[in-house]
Design a binder for this molecule. Structure first.
Ligand code: BGC
Length: 388
């Protein structure tokens, strides 16, 4: 008994230290038995690992999935600027959400003599050949935000806590519905997944299910359509129009005589489409309020939704911090040192050493403080008034 208490106290103390000490938080993955590293291994927020002019004459091949979703424009710009500020040359490419396009961009970067590749993939399992080329040329590869799967050529991974994203979304929904305070429902809900070819989408879905399963079992939550598997709920490319169409179809098929009370969306672009469908179906009136809609990324358009009460929450992922962490990682790798990581992800072939950065919950109550006061956006960039 005494042993158990001491064990529990130790575990609690470790968790406390981890959350105080870590800049980035550990990120457990479902298919990926990743473990949180002890706090001592957590990355520090100090200056880059090496002060030597390691960057001189070095070329970083940086590839991003698409310009059509807001966050990648910021990620690309911040990472490029941070690397250039450090003295690296950077080749930044966007691939219009087509993996084959990205593969030839990476091939080009290898031919150009890139010293290291930083890749935010589209379909993380479909780079095969190009990663073999990188391996043959001895070029290190960092997966950026999205894991590269089914390969032994993914040397490091830098991301946000993807399981934490899904957990935060589902817990926010549960709490907004009052389920954690004894509300019994039943509440009719629907779930919108991310792109089925993106590993992150599966991690988020797993976290959603872990949080809501007890409420589905007790009957407090009902997925009215019964659609729960990734094949049914996944939104290819996280595309707003596809999400809007699915929500319209669900409202027509299942909600003629009832209201949907929550839509658990995996990110802001899918939430944006869902909100458009809800609006045209007459939600947003005093007798038909918007359901609880979740998201992540703090896209500018979604901050407008939050301000107007159309979306309940989003998650701020500070890509400026991820960019700084990438610089440290690149510095360390190119100086022959081990970069700092705080967890691992299983990519179905190897355990990839990973740096998981932390998240911040954003609602109507704190969004200005989090994204405006921190200098991430300017208030005039946020569409506070309805645009359509
Ligand atoms: C990212 C999310 C983003 C989504 C669509 C995911 O891989 O982790 O932040 O919303 O892609 O761009």
């Amino acid at each position: 008994m005494a042993k158990k208490v001491v064990g529990l106290l130790l575990a609690l103390a470790m968790v406390a230290v981890m959350f105080v000490a870590c800049t980035p938080a550990p990120a457990p993955a479902p298919e990926a038995p990743s473990q949180a590293a002890p706090a001592s291994e957590a990355p520090s927020s100090e200056a880059p690992a090496s002060e030597a002019p390691v960057a001189e004459g070095k070329l970083v091949g940086l590839t991003m999935p698409t310009k059509s979703l807001q966050r990648w424009n910021e990620d690309g710009a911040y990472v490029k600027a941070a690397l250039e500020e450090r003295g690296y040359k950077v080749d930044l490419q966007y691939a219009d959400n087509k993996q084959e396009v990205q593969n030839s961009q990476i091939e080009n970067q290898i031919t150009m003599g890139a010293d290291i590749l930083v890749i935010a993939s589209i379909d993380g399992g479909a780079l095969g050949g190009v990663l073999e080329q990188a391996k043959a040329a001895g070029i290190p590869v960092i997966a950026y935000d999205r894991l590269l799967t089914n390969t032994d050529k993914c040397d490091y991974y830098a991301t946000f806590d993807n399981y934490g994203v899904g957990k935060m979304q589902a817990e926010a929904m549960v709490s907004a519905l009052g389920l954690d305070k004894g509300e019994k429902g039943p509440f009719n809900i629907e779930i919108f997944g991310g792109s089925p070819d993106d590993n992150n989408a599966h991690i988020i879905h797993q976290a959603h299910m872990d949080v809501i399963q007890p409420y589905l079992d007790s009957g407090a939550l009902i997925i009215t359509s019964g659609q729960i598997d990734m094949e049914q709920i996944g939104i290819q490319n996280w595309d707003s129009a596809t999400a809007q169409k699915r929500m319209e179809d669900l409202l027509t098929a299942y909600y003629a005589d009832k209201d949907v009370k929550a839509v658990l969306c995996s990110n802001d672009s899918t939430a944006h489409g869902v909100i458009a469908a809800l609006k045209s179906a007459g939600y947003g009136k005093p007798d038909k309020p918007y359901p609880i809609v979740t998201g992540q990324d703090c896209d500018k358009i979604n901050l407008g939704h939050i301000e107007r009460g159309e979306q309940y929450m989003s998650i701020f992922k500070d890509t400026r911090i991820l960019a700084q962490e990438i610089v440290k990682m690149v510095d360390a790798i190119l100086s022959g040192k081990e970069p700092e990581t705080n967890t691992t992800y299983d990519n179905k072939v190897i355990q990839v050493p990973t740096l998981g950065c932390k998240l911040q919950l954003v609602t109507k109550d704190n969004w200005k403080e989090v994204v405006i006061d921190s200098g991430y956006y300017k208030i005039e960039d946020i569409p506070l008034e309805e645009t359509e």
